[in-house]
Design a binder for this molecule. Structure first.
Ligand code: NAP
Length: 477
């Protein structure tokens, strides 16, 4: 049978910011940093008293510390760190090294001390929804601009918060909330706002990418790759948000807002877990010239937004297929400019802090230019945002992997069900050497809509010879 696939989803990437050199070709070596430089020099300077834009930091954890370090090492430029707020603040201060933070910074565990002060920009880095949402709303209501890295907050309340900021003549920026240190949101604002984007896809969760690329390279079971990721600090003890797609779909919702002007509740985006991917799937994927990655994708078609997060087969030599370890990659597709790619560190204190400080500098520029209420710039505009219907009914070729108790007539039975649902088989793959009691084999299908495939999968799930649910993955060519 021929192995022919229609061109689907995001076409090949003609990269502008993407450089082959940044993508590892299968080793564990750490690639170089993202290609967009940030305007600061690492020369330690003293904070100029009474000058610059007054900034308060709420949340002195991994990212907060790194932000304070950059501000202090660079003397802050036009930025002056005046307050640091954290619960149990005395304990936090004990872990400081000399010169970590300028001596004139006010430390407090009382948010009101910050909100009632004359600071102009509040950095929210405590994470989560509560009390972050209240703090951000109160800061904006008081006319203070906000910089945050909080994806859950922005994915759920971004449009409202943008509106509140605009009505108060201030800004809310959240460049670090998607892809950590990779400057995707600023790129959408400055470099791509002249285009009309219709698609965004990305590897947005470093934990999943670490686990999948480890299974790919070492052919270890999923559970072992997860344990390794946890031991290295790449995955939390409860990694459900990462593995089951909750983290990535919050980021996809933000990208849809910023790049496709679409308001999307993260819960309305379907997510499939990577937990069911087996090492043998990488063997079969390789036979098809592919590998497996967790892909978050959104495609705008009139007033329908196709959106989904989950493991997909991608060509091994494509930008997605070559992203190793815990890196992030975002691809955009535009009507005029075609495809663009952005690659780099999606997490980590320092890379994420670079994105936060870049947002701070952007807000401070507006403040020092003395812009009036109506001229406040923003990474993301509140104008022209629509609320499309959300669907996951993508049309792609499909990879179906079965684990069966071997017996005669299995393929004929599956083929019969597929034919009854008008689904065309493209290829059949079966590797030798497996036990008959748990035999994995693969059927690939020619392109069809998700909605056509679903009833066939339900019918197959009741077959007496299957010993595990069928793994069904889209193939993105
Ligand atoms: N870490 C990354 O690589 C990364 C990447 C992209 C985006 N982000 C986002 O950046 C934000 C911060 O992440 P993080 O990794 O820096 O988190 P973190 O290390 O847990 O730091 C959070 C800090 O906020 C403090 N805090 C929590 N609740 C508080 C409250 N109610 N009042 C005052 N202080 C409070 C915590 O104090 P305790 O120490 O007492 O708990 C901690 O110092 C999150 O929104 C996260 O999603 C992080």
């Amino acid at each position: 049978m021929p192995t022919i696939y229609a061109a689907v989803q995001f076409p090949r990437i003609a990269s502008r910011t993407y450089d082959k050199e940044f993508i590892s070709s299968g080793t564990d070596s750490l690639p170089k940093q993202t290609s967009i430089p940030v305007a600061h020099t690492p020369t330690p300077k003293k904070q100029e008293k009474n000058s610059g834009c007054r900034v308060a930091l709420i949340g002195f954890g991994t990212v907060g510390r790194a932000v304070a370090k950059i501000l202090c090492e660079n003397g802050g430029g036009d930025l002056r760190l005046t307050h640091i707020c954290n619960r149990n603040v005395e304990k936090k201060k004990q872990s400081l090294k000399p010169n970590d933070v300028p001596g004139d910074v006010i430390w407090t565990d009382d948010v009101d001390t910050v909100l009632n002060s004359d600071v102009q920009i509040v950095i929210e880095l405590i994470g989560g929804l509560n009390p972050a949402e209240q703090i951000v709303r109160r800061a904006l209501a008081a006319g203070k601009s906000v910089v945050t890295a909080n994806k859950q907050l922005i994915a759920r309340h971004g449009p409202d918060l943008l509106q509140l900021a605009a009505s108060q003549g201030c800004q809310i920026e959240f460049g670090a909330s998607v892809a950590g240190g990779v400057p995707v949101l600023p790129a959408l604002r400055t470099g791509l706002c002249g285009d009309r984007l219709h698609g965004i896809a990305g590897i947005l969760n470093g934990t999943c990418n670490y686990i999948l690329s480890r299974i790919e390279n070492a052919r270890i079971p999923f559970s072992e790759a997860l344990e390794e990721a946890q031991a290295r600090g790449y995955a939390e003890a409860d990694a459900s948000e990462d593995l089951d797609g909750g983290d990535a779909r919050a980021k996809l919702a933000i990208l849809a807002l910023a790049g496709l002007d679409s308001r999307v509740a993260p819960e309305s985006i379907r997510s499939r877990s990577i937990r069911t991917v087996d090492a043998v799937d990488f063997d079969y994927a390789a036979e098809l010239g592919c590998t497996i990655r967790q892909i978050s994708r959104a495609e705008l078609k009139k007033n329908i937004l196709l959106a989904e997060v989950g493991p997909c087969l991608v060509p091994a030599d494509s930008p997605f297929g070559r992203v190793q370890r815990n890196l992030n990659l975002v691809l955009t597709s535009g009507q005029y400019g075609g495809d663009m790619a952005f690659l780099g560190a999606g997490a980590g204190g320092d890379p994420t802090a670079v994105a936060v400080v870049s947002d701070l500098m952007f807000v401070a520029q507006g403040l020092s230019a003395g812009r009036g209420k109506k001229d406040v710039p923003s990474n993301v505009s509140t104008q022209g945002i629509s609320t499309p219907t959300i669907s996951s009914d993508f049309e792609t070729p499909w990879y179906l992997r079965f684990f069966v108790r071997d017996q005669p007539g299995i393929v004929a039975r599956l083929a019969q069900i597929l034919a009854a649902h008008h689904l065309n088989i493209d290829s059949l793959l079966q590797k030798p050497g497996f036990e008959k009691a748990a035999l994995p084999f693969v059927i690939t299908l020619e392109p069809c809509h998700d909605s056509m495939l679903h009833p066939a999968l339900e019918e197959m799930s009741g077959l007496e010879f299957t010993i595990r649910p069928c793994l069904c993955l889209p193939i993105l060519r």
